[in-house]
Design a protein around this ligand. Structure first.
Ligand SMILES: [Zn+2]
Length: 267
C-alpha cells in the first residue's frame, strides 16, 4: 500500500469567524472534523502537512497595496514582470499577526504528529500570489515562523507541480496518495456583475491545491465535510471539475464518508 499524506489547507484565524479579515462564514465547522482525522486511534497518516497563507505587509494581493477595493479585480504586475488580473483581498495572514496563525485548537491536535509533519507557507513574497500549497515552502513543524528572505525573483516563472518543494518532498518520501481538507473550497463572492457567471475556476486554496496535486500525478481525495467555501454552488462546481479531472470527493452526498476515505486509501 502506498503512503498517504493528509494536507490541511489554511485553517488560519484570518479565514475563520468571528474575527478573521477574510472569514469563510461556516469555516469553524471544519475544525472538529479535521481533529477527528488527527485522532491516532482512528487514522494513521504517513505524513501530515498543514499549510499557511503567509504574506508580508504590502502583499500584491491586498486591496490596500493596490489602492483598490477588496473583492474586485485589478491588473497587477508580479516580480517576473507578468501582468495579470489579481482579485484583491482585505489584508490577511500577515506574517507575525494572530490572523496568520493556525487555529489554536487544531494546533493542539497536531502535537502527536510532529515527527510526521512539515508545514507549508505560501505567498511569502511581496510580489507573488499563491493559492496552492504546492507553490509554498516547506518548514519543519518546529521552525520559527520566518519567511524566505529573497524577493521571489529566484522562483521560476513556470514550475510544474511535481517540481515544487511539496511535490518533490512527497514523491521522495514515497507518498502515493494525497488527501486534502481545509479552507477555502472556493473564494467566490456574490457580486452583481458576476452573479450569473460563476467562474469555472473559483479562487480557493483547497481547489487550487487539489489541481496541483492532480497535476503532480498524485491520486487525490477531498473530504467534503472537512472543507468549506463561501458559496455552495461554486464549491460544488469546483468539486465537479476536480472529479472530472480524476479526483475523488468523499462525503458529497452525506453517508459514511469515513468508510469512503478508508476504502480509497486501501485501493
Ligand atoms: Zn492570501
Amino acid at each position: 500500500m502506498s503512503k498517504t499524506a493528509l494536507l490541511i489547507i489554511d485553517v488560519q484565524n484570518d479565514f475563520l469567524p468571528p474575527d478573521g479579515s477574510l472569514a469563510v462564514p461556516d469555516g469553524r465547522a471544519v475544525i472538529p472534523v479535521i481533529q477527528g482525522l488527527l485522532d491516532q486511534t482512528k487514522w494513521d497518516w504517513d505524513f501530515v502537512v498543514p499549510s499557511q497563507d503567509y504574506h508580508p505587509k504590502g502583499h500584491i494581493s491586498f486591496a490596500s497595496t493596490n489602492n483598490g477595493e477588496p473583492f474586485k479585480e485589478k491588473l497587477v504586475t508580479n516580480v517576473h514582470g507578468v501582468e495579470y488580473a489579481q482579485t484583491l483581498w482585505p489584508d490577511h495572514c500577515v506574517i507575525g499577526t494572530k490572523g496568520a496563525e493556525i487555529e489554536r485548537e487544531l494546533r493542539h491536535s497536531f502535537e502527536p504528529w510532529k515527527n510526521k509533519m512539515k508545514i507549508v507557507r505560501k505567498g511569502c513574497h511581496c510580489l507573488l500570489e499563491a493559492y496552492s500549497a504546492f507553490d509554498g515552502y516547506l518548514f519543519e513543524a518546529t521552525d520559527p515562523a520566518e519567511p524566505p528572505t529573497d524577493d521571489g525573483s529566484s522562483v521560476p516563472r513556470v514550475i510544474m507541480p511535481s517540481d515544487t518543494a511539496l511535490g518533490k518532498y512527497l514523491r521522495e518520501q514515497g507518498v502515493g496518495k494525497v488527501v486534502i481538507v481545509g479552507l477555502a473550497s472556493d473564494f467566490w463572492f456574490v457580486q452583481p456583475a458576476r452573479s450569473k457567471n460563476i467562474p469555472t475556476d473559483p479562487e480557493g486554496s483547497v481547489l487550487q491545491t487539489s489541481l496541483s496535486s492532480l497535476g503532480a500525478s498524485f491520486p487525490t481525495l477531498l473530504v467534503k465535510p472537512a472543507t468549506r467555501g463561501i458559496d455552495e454552488t461554486a464549491t460544488s462546481k469546483g468539486f465537479e471539475k476536480l472529479e472530472a479531472l480524476g479526483a475523488k470527493v468523499a462525503g458529497k452526498d452525506g453517508g459514511d464518508w469515513e468508510a469512503e476515505v478508508r476504502e480509497w486509501i486501501k485501493y
